[in-house]
Design a protein around this ligand. Sequence first.
Ligand code: TXA
Ligand code: MG
Length: 340
Amino acid sequence: MLVLITMVNIITANAGSIPDAAAILRQGGLVAFPTETVYGLGANALDGQAVARIFAAKGRPQFNPLIVHVADIRMAAPFVEMNDRARALAAQFWPGPLTMILPRLSSCPVSDLCSAGLPTLAIRVPAHKTAQQLLKECGFPLAAPSANLSGHLSPTTPAHVAESLGDKVDMILAAGACNVGLESTILDMSTDQPAILRAGAIDAQQIADILGQDVRYEIEAIDQKTEKPKSPGQLLRHYAPGISVRLNAIDLEAGEALLAFGTDKFMGIKGGGSAKNLPDTARRNLSENSDLTEAAANLFRMLHDLDRPEHKAIAIMAIPEKGLGIAINERLKRAENATK
Ligand code: TXA
Ligand code: MG
């Protein structure tokens, strides 16, 4: 006989449990919730550390950008630039299985871990009643990839979520099977030429009919095991700093900015001086306590802060190659290669 002993918190979604789920999310926890496509692994998108926990729970060794879920188009207004064409698509297909990639507003408060440092944000308004109720109860946006471990199939039932993520999620809000069963269509509306980056229930013709404009497919082949693009960097653009990046720094060259991890008190500058006397614009610390979740939450914002033409380079202290450190290092290596 098979006995399953797990600590999985599967709770039926109703008027009593939805406020509990919202409270967990407000405190920075993770809640798996149903959408009409697949179950999502949700976190408060305004809370960088909560978003970092998504990557830790999925065991995804890479920071791919995440879809940000909102209850309606009004809730998206403070986050992204909506032109008339995007508004026409929203009027037709939201709520529903269409995700739009739009330019972030400069005042956008969503964690830039959701954008993986890119100037765009993926926004979706799910139609599922439970997702709608949860988003309204929260009042803040939810970052949510599919609620499965990296390399597992996307979950369409609460049992799938429990099998894949188990106790890595604080609550699974259960409302039966998802009826679409296929992830949302991802449409890049951040340029003049709309492009479908992932096929879903809404196709190019339906979108073209609303826009009165051709819509092309730019589908990236994704490796099912690693969730990484088979042709890396071909279609999904990656954030790269404008100045060069130097990894595993143990001291500084004159003119370099410092991205520290842990204490930088004893770090010297070649030719004289100490890192602690650098001007504020040239010194950031991913986490003084060497906390990888905090470091992940700060990564893209701090790289952006230090990416200034007056700096010769960004010197980055070593990050341990474990847990979220693996994803941080993957992204830093990419930045190093892009600026070599
Ligand atoms: O149906 C769905 O879309 C489900 C439910 C939970 O909403 N979510 C989902 O999320 O499938 P995820 O993380 O498994 O897939 C999100 C995809 C990734 O391939 C990611 O690269 C892409 O969206 N994406 C997100 N933001 C992007 C951006 N700013 N630019 C380009 N691609 C982006
Ligand atoms: Mg997925």
